[in-house]
Design a protein around this ligand. Structure first.
Ligand code: GLV
Ligand code: MN
Ligand code: MN
Length: 407
């Protein structure tokens, strides 16, 4: 029954989008505000006390057995990638709310409060800031983030103000670790392992390390019809060589993933040799040391290509997140809960980034992955089965009860 509500709400939130016909919900946009307001309404219907913070995160609190008890945080994020799916983020927020509703409907109180969290930016699409919402909560909001500009030249501080946030009060978002028992997030797996093994749910072991950069290639613009091929300093051709070098490095090291996700050529005319190109890299590996080796290999490729092609190449680090293990004790609780629901508890590493990586700085963190169709995510075809969502709700409820029963 409540799984049906979760599914219907994931469907309903799709209406809040920046692009009609696609689900796109970036940080500090009216679409994200509308989705967050809708979820806040559902929280209030459930009887939760709601609060928005200075970076527009939303929290809904269900008190524990005594008022002002420390809180166990559960939830996910409400922003999306461009043309994304309906479950990446919202599924974690809405299952958290459904589980709290189970406790609320019984009037049952745990030794800790439950706080449903809906973070305003996990995907980093607009400003390249990984885990923006949860970083503010973890007291790790980057010093330079407010000054960053998006592709339209809008600074984060202005975007935030425009939707009612307060760039001067970011520090007030930080939670006291002493008031924070732990973090649990249910997320779609975004990969094919659970589906191929016929399992509905798994336990996340940890989140891999990730480094992101913005690159600039400076060549020389010129006439496409009159400039001889010899001696050209084509910034786009140099960037193309780099894109392929990044891919090759990614293929050569086991478990490394290396992606160029954005590329722009200037001045951007058919009859002009590109003089300047900007692009991004997103490089990830489960082990920090191996990721550092890969970055060194990319730096060597950059130096070689710059020399061969007579272009200047420079980069700015956008984010650098070390690998984060999930908490052993919370993982054991999740294993027990999945076992008690009659399923084998499969361990999985997370290739994707999640808010747990930021929140690990202030509390023990744990995650559950839910089987998703074809392993597809960051794509409108993202899909999950309502029956699996029902299993997830039972597992989450059981795990929280178990935690509440422990000293
Ligand atoms: C978030 O989805 C990420 O891993 O980039
Ligand atoms: Mn995502
Ligand atoms: Mn996500």
């Amino acid at each position: 029954m409540d799984a049906d509500t979760v599914m219907a709400r994931c469907d309903a939130l799709q209406e809040h989008t920046e692009e009609p016909g696609k689900l796109t919900r970036r940080f500090a946009t009216p679409a994200l505000e509308a989705a967050t307001a809708t979820v806040e309404g559902w929280m209030r219907e459930t009887g939760l006390e709601t609060r928005r913070d200075a970076v527009r995160n939303l929290f809904g609190r269900y008190e524990g057995a005594r008022d002002d008890a420390p809180a166990f945080l559960i939830g996910s994020h409400l922003d999306s990638v461009p043309d994304g799916g309906r479950y990446d983020g919202p599924l974690g927020v809405l299952t958290a709310l459904a589980v709290v509703e189970r406790f609320a409907s019984r009037g049952e109180r745990l030794p800790f409060a439950l706080e449903v969290c809906a973070f305003s930016d996990e995907e980093s699409v607009r400003y390249g800031t990984a885990y923006l919402g949860s970083s503010a909560v973890a007291g790790a909001f980057g010093d330079d983030w407010l000054d960053r500009v998006d592709r339209d030249g809008i600074a984060m501080r202005d975007a935030l103000r425009a939707v009612g946030g307060d760039p001067d009060a970011i520090a007030s978002c930080a939670r006291n670790p002493a008031d924070t028992v732990g973090w649990l997030e249910l997320h779609i797996e975004q990969g094919p392992s659970l589906e191929s093994e016929g399992l509905p749910i798994g336990v996340v072991t940890g989140i891999q390390a990730a480094v992101r950069h913005a690159w600039e290639v400076r060549g020389m613009a010129g006439h496409a019809g009159t400039t001889p091929m010899a001696g050209r300093r084509d910034a786009l051709a140099a960037a193309a060589a780099l894109v392929l070098a990044v891919e090759e490095i990614g293929r050569a090291m086991p478990d490394l993933v290396a992606t160029v996700g954005i590329i722009d050529a200037e001045p951007g005319a058919m009859n002009v040799i590109p003089g300047r190109v900007t692009f991004t890299t997103d490089i990830r590996h489960p082990e920090d040391a191996r990721l550092a080796e890969a970055m060194a290999a990319i730096d060597r490729a950059v130096a070689a290509i710059a020399g061969e092609r007579g272009v200047g190449i420079s980069s700015t680090e956008l984010s650098a997140d070390p690998s984060v293990p999930c908490d052993a004790r919370l993982r054991a609780v999740l294993h027990d809960a999945i076992g008690a629901e009659g399923f084998p508890a499969r361990d999985l590493a997370s290739g994707a980034g999640h808010d747990a990586a930021a929140l690990a700085a202030i509390c023990p963190v744990a995650m559950l992955f839910l089987r998703c169709e074809g392993g597809i995510s960051h794509n409108p075809a993202e899909n999950v089965d309502g029956l699996d969502v029902a299993i997830a709700l039972d597992v989450m409820e059981r795990a929280l009860l178990d935690l509440g029963a422990r000293p």
